[in-house]
Design a binder for this molecule. Structure first.
Ligand SMILES: Nc1ncnc2c1ncn2[C@@H]1O[C@H](COP(=O)(O)OP(=O)(O)O)[C@@H](O)[C@H]1O
Ligand SMILES: [Mg+2]
Length: 365
């Protein structure tokens, strides 16, 4: 008998959502399971991308109708498991978890306060738990800017406390630049005066650590160094959210900081957590972000590696789904899930390729 799983996935049209659905489809094919997927998105164009059975446009996550729409869809299609992909949607779903439990819709999510946390709160939590973090000032008035340059030197890194994809971040060389940046963004309605933080600028490697946890236990994780961002030449900060080239690494130092960062955020992690690490000139790692969310390419990495190596154990999205259903998963290591020195190369309209450092090349999409 073929197993059938009936899923509701939100934000399926975003790059991360498309990657997540694609990975689930591959996992189900490799295991001979069937999936019925209802996908939702706010964007009427992007919702056309993912391989879902039913598409439904939802209101924005902040609209009270968002949760009601999900309940209606679950009821209409007798769905069993809800995965909200974008962090803003995951946060409201996590807040309303008991409503979904009552109607028999399973979720596998961190607590809402651990999804999309405030960056200054992250700084405080890391400090409390002695996890290395760049020295950070929260800017309450323009005078705090002078103070931060006096104490931290230059250049510095400015950004808003809440938001993803490097939101309103910029390398700044003087208090004048910081003031102009803040003023312009306030004047154009993108931020409020209290929204900004300023921290030490870290010149070293840009690293991501992704990890899957179940009731406080680390199930598996991997790390990679980001080598290129798309369209960096037409963005002021050079950070455009998700990298176009990244390479898997095996480094105990990074794994240790990644695990410590997740536990400092959440003593009993449950679900998927991502950590961003930036190194200084001497290769010392510092945590810039830890969040109970999926990095955009985490499920794409799982898709690419499990497809090329022919083993479902690499498929993080599928491992997550099975754990969410309380099912057995294959044996996986707690760290370094993927082999090292694989490059994932992506470009708009050009597909995705996986290369090893020996030059072996596979087109995966
Ligand atoms: N203090 C810093 N110095 C230099 N670059 C930074 C610093 N903090 C963040 N960055 C860069 O900006 C990217 C996005 O920042 P991150 O902390 O991950 O927040 P988010 O992804 O929520 O915007 C990081 O991956 C890193 O490349
Ligand atoms: Mg980040």
């Amino acid at each position: 008998m073929t197993m059938l799983k009936k899923l509701l996935i939100t934000g399926v049209g975003g790059i991360g959502g498309v990657n997540f659905v694609r990975a689930l489809r591959l996992g189900s094919k490799m295991l001979g399971e069937k999936l019925f997927i209802v996908g939702t998105d706010y964007n009427p164009y992007h919702i056309l991308f993912p391989q879902v059975d039913v598409r439904c446009k939802t209101p924005k996550h902040s609209d009270p109708e968002f949760i009601k729409t999900l309940i209606k869809l679950a009821d209409k299609h007798r769905l069993e498991f809800l995965h909200p992909h974008p962090s803003v949607e995951a946060k409201v779903v996590s807040k309303n978890q008991n409503i979904f439990e009552e109607i028999g819709l399973k979720t596998y999510l961190p607590r809402p306060e651990n999804i999309l946390p405030d960056k200054f709160e992250i700084y405080r939590k890391m400090k409390t738990h002695s996890v290395p973090v760049p020295e950070t000032f929260s800017i309450k008035s323009l005078n705090d800017i002078e103070e931060s340059f006096k104490v931290l030197g230059k250049p510095l890194w400015i950004r808003v406390r809440v938001g993803a994809g490097g939101k309103l971040s910029l390398k700044i060389n003087s208090p004048e630049e910081a003031k102009l940046w803040i003023k312009l963004n306030i004047m154009q309605g993108r931020a409020k005066p209290q929204d900004f933080i300023i921290q030490e600028y870290l010149h070293g490697r840009d690293i991501a650590f992704d990890s899957l946890w179940f009731k406080g236990k680390l199930i598996t994780s991997y790390s990679r160094v980001r080598l290129e961002y798309p369209f960096k030449h037409i963005s002021l900060s050079g950070i455009t959210g998700t990298p176009s080239v990244a390479k898997t690494i095996h480094e105990d130092k990074i794994n240790k900081v990644g695990v410590a960062a997740v536990l400092a955020l959440d003593p009993k992690p449950h679900g998927f957590y991502s950590v961003d690490i930036k190194e200084d000139d001497n290769g010392n790692p510092y945590v810039t972000e830890v969040d109970g969310k999926w990095h955009t390419t985490a499920s794409l990495w799982g898709y690419a590696i499990s497809k090329v190596l022919g083993d479902v154990k690499y498929n993080l999205a599928y491992l997550y789904l099975r754990l969410g259903y309380n099912e057995e998963i294959p044996d996986v290591p707690q760290t370094n899930l993927f082999p090292e020195n694989y490059y994932l190369v992506r470009q708009l309209d050009s597909g995705v390729i996986l290369i090893t450092d020996k030059g072996e090349f596979r087109e995966v999409l």
